[in-house]
Structure formats: structure tokens, C-alpha cells
Design a protein. Structure first.
Length: 545
């Protein structure tokens, strides 16, 4: 009945109100988060008071109550990454985890309240969090220029995929056990942003019905798993996450993915993938010639990546051949030689997510980690060769990997012919995403846990970004071009001359073991990639608006 009532409301609204433009829908979405941020502000004083008074019981109550609003706002964290880090970063986002002086926000307070159960010396952190929330509210109130339909759809889809792909398989709230509360508020935040677009003329009725139906199914699944806390409650609280069995986590994952893919259909219906306007519209901002240039630039990048993929096929053939000789030392060398190419191609992973998962996913991407039957790819080979000394497993895994790489090469070739989702804006989004991912995640985790080859991953990620970026440079203003070149040079110099100074940049395989890279050098890598990401964001705004 609730589902039918919601559909009726949608149909009545559609009939009585004028169809909003995407810009009007974006403004409605922005105001929804302004309201959430004001709700977040109102929930901060009790938390501050409890911590100042060192009242642990009151602090737990206030913490639970204070968590929901930001978990909805997180939907668009990509447009305010520094504030997101200050408010909601988990320790792995920093060079030295919990010891990093930059780590702040809710999860620091969570650790103090739930794990350490000591509130001494965290009041200043609580005040800093309150300041960050106030700054966020000011940003959202004035974020008309950056709060675009493209940003809303990109952020909503990214978070919708992140919940089943990552959050369900990890402890989102490790000490408070409130992970289910995080999921439901993430989904509610996504809906508040996407729902206004369902009434725009370009979203088809079948798409509107599909995404609404899936959202209703997601609510029902959640309420069955957490019956004590209704999906729509504005209060905190959730079933203890460690008591959720795998079967129920699997349900969350299944319907989380259904929701994410339904959102992709909304984006596709809008006909403005990541902000690109359709040809023929009166407000088209990019000429046909300019669009052709953009398409040509994408093709240049794809052509380079086809070359990388073909080299990947050759190095995998060599790896399989050497594995057949059953010499572990030689096999490890062949593995290292086979790794670089995909780490360049990874920059376009959003255009082939299933293949990316097959080729390069780490265990945490799956609900049961290494035990998951779906987990495979390079990291399975790495584990076999470097941790388990299991040649037989490595042979089986490498053989499967070859098939996925062959499929990837075909996908990239098809992209040159105009097939798939490859576009100029998606290319920029991929570059930006990877440039942020290196410092925000890869630096603070072991990207290559067992082989210790993480420095190679960073190097090849940077090469991949640069390969895709070069075809666009001559259409950028001088100040954008200069900043991008300087950012690339800083990142390259950091890796080539500081961290990995005894290894040839182009072809060297004698990488500095990541476990031996000191904290100050890891910080330099992080700073360099952040600058690369910021320069890419600036260039994207210049090029696409």
C-alpha cells in the first residue's frame, strides 16, 4: 500500500506541477541538503556538552542522534572533499591512520566514546567538528555554481555503488556498530537528491516507476533486517552490525546494486551524461566542432590504452609460461613485469566496472573477502605467489585473468568505434577519481599487500592519468595547462627522484618496497596526488562548466 500511495503522489505531482528543468531540480536537491545541514547543526550542542562534561552515557546518546544528517549529505562529498574528510574520514584515509594529526571528525569521536571510553582530550576535536559542520552549511547555502545536475547524479550513483561494493563488507562504524544506520541514511540522502529529477521531462515513466519500485524494495529489505529502526526514522540507532549474518548482508548488497543501476537509468534518461547537453538544444554550450574535438581526444586516449592492453596480454602470456616452469622466484619477477599496464588503464575503470573487478579487485570489495567465489584477478595471483607460495593456484588464477584481459582489450577497441560509455567528461571524471583515490585510500593501505609493489601502482596510475590528459591540453587555457603540467611534474618527481630514486621511471621493476617508504615520503606522494586532483577539477570546470 505504501508503494502504491507513493506512486499516486508522484503521478498527481506530475499532473499538477510544471515539469522542472534539471537546473530547478538541482536547486531543489541543494535545499534538501541545506535543511539536513541545519539539522546537523542543531544536533551538535548536546554532543559538545556531553564531551565537555566527560559524560560517557550522554555522549553515546548524543553521538547516535547526531550521525544521520551528514550520512545523507555525504552523497555529494566529491564536491567538498576537504570538508568531507574533516567531518567523516575514517583512519585509513590518512598516512598513519589514527596517529595522523590531520585525522578528525565523527570517527575520531566514535573511537573515544565507544572503543576507548575516555573523553579526555577530545573536546577540541569536537569543537573542530562543529566548526566544519558550520562551514559546510555555509558552503551548501552558497554552492549554486558547483551544485550541478552532473555533480548530483555522479555523486548519487557513486555512493549508491559504494554501499554494496564496500561499506557492507567493512565495518563502517567499527566501534559503535551503527553501520546499518549509515546505510539507510546514505540511501535516504541519495533519494533526496535524485527524486527531484524524476519529474523532469526527459525521465521516462518506466524509469520513474523502476527507480521508485527499487527504492521501496530497498526499504522493505532494510526494515526486515532492522525491524526496531524504521527506514525513515530521523533518530539514530540500528541493529548491532556484527549480528547481521552473511545472508542478510547479501540482501543489502543485492538491493543496493539494484538501486544503483536504476539510478544509472535516470542519468541516462536525462541525456546529459555527466553534464553533456544533447545536440540540437537551444542552450547547447559546445559546438559540433568542439564535440568532435572532445570525441577525438577520447579516441586518442583509448588508442593508447589499447596498446597498453595488448602489452598486458603479452606480459600475461609470459607469466603463464613461467608459471609452468614452477620456479617461484622467476614467477614473482614475471608477476611484477605483468602489473604496470592495467594500473594505467584503471583510470577508465568506471566504463568497465565488472571487468575492473575481475581484473584488479582486492578482497574487501566482496562480501566474504578472500573466501568469496567471485574474487579473482591480479590480487589472487599476488596472494598465491607472495603469501602462500602456491604455484598451482597462481596458474589457475592467471589463466582466468587472461580471459578477462582479452575481454577488456575488445571493450577498449569497441570504444574507439563509439561503443560503450566512453566520453570526454567521463574521462575527466575517471582521472579525477583516480587522482583522489591514490592519496585518500591507496597511500594509507597496502595496495599490493603481499608483493610490496604499491609504489609501482602509484607510478602507473599517474602514467595512466597523464596519457588520457595530454590530448586535452591544447584546448585548455594557459593557466590550467601550466597548473596541470606542474602538478604532474611534482608527482612524477616525488616518485622518481624521492621515493623510488634507484628505479628507471619508464621500465624499471626494481621498486622501493612500500613497507620501507617512510611516513614523510608517503605524505609527499599524497600531497602531490591531491594537487593533481585539484588541478584536474579546475580544468574540468574550465572545459565543461
Amino acid at each position: 500500500m505504501r508503494f502504491l500511495a507513493l506512486l499516486l503522489v508522484l503521478l498527481v505531482q506530475t499532473a499538477l506541477a510544471h515539469d522542472p528543468s534539471p537546473a530547478e531540480a538541482a536547486e531543489t536537491a541543494r535545499h534538501a541538503f541545506v535543511d539536513q545541514c541545519h539539522a546537523q547543526q542543531a544536533l551538535m550542542p548536546p554532543l559538545l556538552t556531553a564531551i565537555r562534561n566527560q559524560d560517557l552515557s550522554a555522549a553515546k546518546t548524543a553521538y547516535v542522534a547526531a550521525r544521520p544528517p551528514y550520512e545523507q549529505i555525504e552523497t555529494l562529498a566529491l564536491i567538498f572533499p576537504e570538508l568531507d574528510a574533516a567531518i567523516d574520514a575514517r583512519p585509513y584515509a590518512y598516512h598513519t591512520g589514527e596517529d595522523d594529526p590531520l585525522w578528525a571528525g565523527f570517527h575520531l569521536l566514535e573511537r573515544a566514546i565507544y572503543r576507548d571510553q575516555r573523553l579526555q582530550n577530545v573536546y577540541q576535536n569536537a569543537l573542530a567538528l562543529n566548526d566544519s559542520v558550520n562551514t559546510l552549511c555555509l558552503f551548501l547555502e552558497n554552492a549554486v555554481d558547483v551544485y550541478s545536475p552532473s555533480a548530483i547524479m555522479a555523486g548519487s550513483i557513486a555512493l549508491a555503488f559504494e554501499v554494496p561494493a564496500k561499506k557492507v563488507a567493512s565495518e563502517e562504524e567499527a566501534w559503535s556498530e551503527l553501520s546499518l544506520m549509515i546505510f539507510r541514511n546514505n540511501w535516504r540522502g541519495i533519494w533526496s537528491q535524485v527524486e527531484p529529477f524524476l519529474h523532469t521531462p526527459k525521465v521516462r515513466n518506466e524509469t520513474r516507476l523502476r527507480v521508485t519500485r527499487v527504492y521501496q524494495q530497498l526499504q522493505r529489505v532494510y526494515n526486515m533486517i532492522d525491524p526496531e529502526n524504521d527506514f525513515f526514522t530521523n533518530k539514530g540507532g540500528a541493529r548491532v552490525y556484527s549480528t547481521i549474518p552473511v545472508s542478510e548482508r547479501k540482501d543489502i548488497i543485492e538491493y543496493g546494486y539494484k538501486f544503483a543501476t536504476a539510478l544509472e537509468q535516470v542519468r541516462d534518461d536525462l541525456g546529459a551524461e555527466l553534464g553533456e547537453e544533447e545536440e540540437g538544444e537551444e542552450d547547447e554550450q559546445v559546438s559540433r566542432n568542439e564535440k568532435q574535438y572532445m570525441r577525438d581526444a577520447v579516441v586518442v586516449g583509448l588508442s593508447s590504452f589499447v596498446g597498453f592492453c595488448e602489452e598486458q596480454q603479452r606480459t600475461l602470456d609470459m607469466l603463464c609460461s613461467i608459471l609452468g616452469e614452477r620456479n617461484l622466484t622467476s614467477a614473482r619477477f614475471a608477476y611484477a613485469k605483468a602489473r604496470p599496464e592495467y594500473e594505467r588503464i584503471e583510470v577508465m575503470a568506471a566504463d568497465f566496472p565488472d571487468l575492473d573487478a575481475n581484473i584488479d579487485a582486492r578482497p574487501y570489495a566482496y562480501s566474504r573477502g578472500e573466501l568469496d567465489n567471485e574474487w579473482k584477478g591480479f590480487h589472487e595471483v599476488e596472494r598465491a605467489l607472495y603469501r602462500d607460495d602456491d604455484i598451482d593456484r597462481a596458474i589457475r588464477s592467471a589463466d582466468v585473468l587472461k580471459g578477462d584481459v582479452d575481454a577488456l582489450c575488445e571493450t577498449l577497441r569497441a570504444g574507439i568505434n563509439g561503443e560503450g560509455t566512453f566520453s570526454a567528461k567521463r574521462t575527466f571524471e575517471g582521472m579525477i577519481t583516480l587522482a583522489y583515490e591514490v592519496p585518500a585510500k591507496k597511500i594509507s593501505s597496502e595496495e599490493e599487500t603481499w608483493s610490496d609493489l604499491s609504489v609501482m601502482i602509484f607510478r602507473e596510475n599517474l602514467k595512466g592519468i597523464w596519457t588520457l590528459l595530454v590530448p586535452f591540453l591544447d584546448r585548455l587555457p594557459a593557466h590550467n595547462m601550466k597548473r596541470l603540467k606542474m602538478a604532474y611534474r611534482m608527482a612524477r618527481d616525488t616518485l622518481e627522484l624521492v621515493v623510488d630514486r634507484y628505479n628507471d621511471w619508464d621500465t624499471g621493476l626494481n621498486f622501493m618496497p612500500y613497507s620501507k617508504v617512510p611516513v614523510w615520503e608517503r605524505k609527499r606522494i599524497s600531497d602531490a596526488f591531491y594537487e593533481m586532483a585539484h588541478a584536474l577539477v579546475e580544468a574540468r570546470e574550465t572545459m565543461f562548466g
